[in-house]
Ligand binder design. Structure first.
Ligand SMILES: Nc1nc2c(ncn2[C@@H]2O[C@H](COP(=O)(O)OP(=O)(O)O)[C@@H](O)[C@H]2O)c(=O)[nH]1
Ligand SMILES: [Mg+2]
Length: 197
């Protein structure tokens, strides 16, 4: 697979609108505002393919990006308080619909803001991924926002708090400064190659 020449495919608001699973998928999951769009853009070397927002919670769709030999799947962020009950229901149905299609998922990249303890929903997501037996990694975002000492401490605390992700690979990244991006990229590549056989 290659990260070059990425292009937007579709936005799905309903499970019926999802694309057929005909390429290995790299799935990005995390709370609203965690830095998902910024990370996707950075990995793809595209300034604004995925929309970066300072007003969280707008995108309740699953967005597909086409790469060479793989696809990036951008899940809608969770934990946005201002969403109505009906919107939250549609969110869960969309996510569960996606994960229950038996798709070719090479890797789920679960994002956690390095400055905050994992939320109830982060922990639920990790449990959900474990229950589905999907390969996943934890990516700590916005690492440039902490000083070296703070960062080290935070990474230790968070890794303990993320019960259910004790044995998975973890990456500390900054979409702003580029730290950790290369190693995440190589890990993703390997995961995709593994699914290709
Ligand atoms: N300092 C810093 N800010 C970031 C980083 N990644 C994202 N942000 C900011 O966090 C906010 C939310 O980012 P976005 O990518 O839209 O998050 P999403 O809602 O998870 O897709 C924006 O204001 C970004 O500029 C990072 O690595 N470092
Ligand atoms: Mg986003």
């Amino acid at each position: 697979m290659k990260f070059d020449n990425a292009s937007f495919e579709i936005s799905a608001a309903l499970p019926e609108q999802l694309l057929p699973s005909d390429l290995p998928e790299i799935v990005f999951s995390g709370r609203s505002n965690v830095g998902k769009s910024s990370l996707i853009n950075k990995l793809l070397n595209k300034r604004d393919l995925a929309r970066v927002s300072s007003t969280p919670g707008k995108t309740a769709t699953i967005n597909f990006y086409r790469l060479i030999g793989a696809r990036i799947v951008d899940l809608p962020g969770y934990g946005y308080a201002k969403r109505s009950g009906a919107e939250k229901k549609r969110w869960s149905e969309l996510i569960e619909g996606y994960f229950r299609q038996g798709r070719n998922i090479a890797l789920v990249v679960q994002l956690v803001d390095v400055r905050h303890s994992p939320s109830e929903q982060d922990l639920m997501m990790v449990e959900f991924l474990n229950s589905l037996g999907l390969p996943f990694v934890i990516v700590y975002t916005k690492c440039d926002k902490l000083k070296k000492g703070q960062l080290k401490e935070s990474l230790e605390v968070l890794s303990k708090e993320l019960v259910g992700a004790q044995s998975v690979e973890k990456f500390a990244v900054s979409a702003l400064k580029g730290e950790g991006i290369d190693s995440l990229r190589s890990y993703i590549k390997k995961a995709v190659e593994k699914t290709d056989g």
